[in-house]
Ligand binder design. Structure first.
Ligand code: SAM
Length: 273
């Protein structure tokens, strides 16, 4: 079941009832969730269930539930299983025919999308991008042709690098919205082009503190699509043999796309080789 992502008032009445009525609570971090229970005046036995022990613990917990106990699964913040532990437990519970009931509530990606002003009819939640630069750029390249709105989680340590790579791989002109510290005192939405957001976040030390959801408008269908040109593939092949500047000029003439944007993309392809 979902717990708040900042503001404690976001815990639903139903969630409180369930926490108070179950036999035990499986929590990502028992100390962290202990504070929430204390705030609610609820005392319950807790079992730690995190990424490192979920496989080992699941069997014992499911045995207890099969024997008649009831349990609530919570993570440190928001909805479990959404970039959080719980997948193994829920999958195995269903395989055993046990009843699994969602108790909906806060989820950072849904809160962010609901206020960003980007298209929400189709979106792709991609979780956290890889921490290492090369892997992150490869991950973004795989998403470069996606036309649905892209949604990522990001940590404060990597928000700048992530936005730089979004600008480099997906294009400096792509519309980006960054939601920071949702439901908390310093909640802020930054919106603009990828290049503008690199500036905004790099230029203000406070802007790279806290928790972030990064949302990127999906790729617009471009003129190049109409004639079936794969711009990324062209850039990738040409930078293998030609200087980046020349590649940007040729591809810009062929596709009508802005030279500067193609230059940045070609540069990223070159740095990954
Ligand atoms: N299960 C959670 C949910 O439902 O959103 C997400 C857990 S994930 C380990 C933590 C990440 O979610 C953070 O690094 C950040 O990207 C995002 N996040 C969580 N709370 C947030 C908040 N209050 N504001 C912005 N992003 C948040």
């Amino acid at each position: 079941m979902a717990t708040p992502i900042g503001n404690l008032e976001d815990l639903t009445g139903r969630a409180v009832q369930v926490l108070a009525s179950v036999d035990f609570i499986a929590a990502e971090d028992t100390r962290h969730s202990g504070r929430l229970l204390q705030h609610l005046g609820i005392q319950k036995p807790m079992v730690a269930l995190h990424d490192h022990n979920e496989r080992d613990r699941a069997r014992g917990l499911l045995g207890r539930i099969a024997a008649g106990e009831s349990a609530a699964l919570i993570s440190d913040a928001g909805t479990p299983l959404i970039s959080d532990p719980g997948y193994v437990l829920v999958r195995q519970a269903r395989a055993l025919g046990l009843r699994v009931v969602p108790i909906p509530g806060a989820c950072a990606l849904v809160a962010a999308l609901s206020a960003a002003g980007l298209p929400t009819d189709r979106f792709l939640f991609a979780g956290f991008a890889p921490a290492k630069g090369g892997a992150r750029r490869g991950f973004l390249k795989d998403l470069a042709r996606e036309t649905a709105t892209l949604v990522f989680y990001e940590s404060p340590h990597r928000i700048r690098e992530m936005l730089q790579d979004v600008a480099g791989i997906l294009g400096e002109g792509r519309e980006v919205v960054v939601a920071r510290e949702l439901t908390k005192t310093f909640e802020t939405f930054y919106s603009g082009t990828a290049a503008e957001l690199v500036e905004a976040i790099s230029g203000d030390p406070n802007a790279s503190r806290g928790e972030f959801v990064v949302m990127v408008r999906g790729r617009e269908s471009q003129a190049a699509d109409a004639v079936g040109l794969d711009v990324d593939r062209m850039l990738e092949l040409l930078v293998a043999d030609l200087p980046v500047k020349r590649v940007a000029k040729i591809v810009s003439e062929l596709t009508g796309l802005p030279r500067n944007e193609l230059y940045q993309k070609a540069l990223a392809f070159r740095s990954d080789r």
